[in-house]
Design a protein around this ligand. Structure first.
Ligand code: FMN
Length: 173
């Protein structure tokens, strides 16, 4: 049986939420990275990601400028780097290096891959809409890469306030 509550309270039930890292590169060649939990697959033929990206972020400015980005899946050992990328703006700092992340060249876009991520998806911008207060960015995957090390597990935001870590299923315990 359901009891009515306010939306904020009901939304606390969304965790664990998968986290991705979104990389970009300015026209001048400087890379940037941010964390994003508002992410979903928006199409599977062609494969597309949809991301909710705050319009005050440097990432939003760079995606509009370059019309490309990379979606990377961090593994559960990348919580510190992901928290740094998600709590500092890149307008004035070279955040990717400061976060302790290692960049690798992609094949289609100038935005960097993250060498340690589980997988990287090079995307070209399809559209930006604004259904609410947050721009919704849709990108088409034009190249994909995965980590040569098997068995890495995704990083999740497990609770309000950016509690980052892995999640284990009952069958694994
Ligand atoms: C776990 C986590 C998830 C986040 N999810 C989002 C998100 O979905 N959308 C968003 O705009 N910001 C999100 N943020 C905040 C951005 O990563 C943060 O504002 C970042 O500093 C933006 O960097 P930039 O200005 O260099 O682009 C998240 C942060 C964390 C730590």
């Amino acid at each position: 049986m359901q009891k009515q509550t306010d939306t904020e309270a009901a939304l606390l039930n969304k965790y664990p939420e998968p986290v991705v890292l979104v990389t970009t590169r300015s026209a001048a060649g400087r890379p940037n990275v941010m964390a994003a939990g508002w992410v979903m697959l928006a199409s599977d033929d062609p494969v597309m990601f949809a991301l909710g990206i705050d319009d005050e972020s440097y990432t939003y400015a760079l995606i509009r400028e370059t019309r490309e980005f990379v979606v990377a899946f961090p593994h559960e050992g990348m919580a510190r780097e992901t928290l740094y990328a998600g709590t500092h703006h890149g307008h004035k700092i070279e955040k990717l290096t400061l976060a302790g992340l290692t960049a690798q060249d992609g094949v289609k876009v100038k935005a960097p891959l993250l060498a340690d991520a589980i997988a990287n998806f090079e995307c070209e911008l399809v559209e930006i809409t604004k259904p609410g207060n947050c721009p919704l960015i849709v990108g088409k995957v034009i190249a994909a890469h995965e980590n040569a090390t098997p068995g890495l597990r995704r990083l999740f935001n497990t609770a309000k306030g950016y509690k980052l870590g892995g999640v284990s299923s009952k069958s694994e315990s």
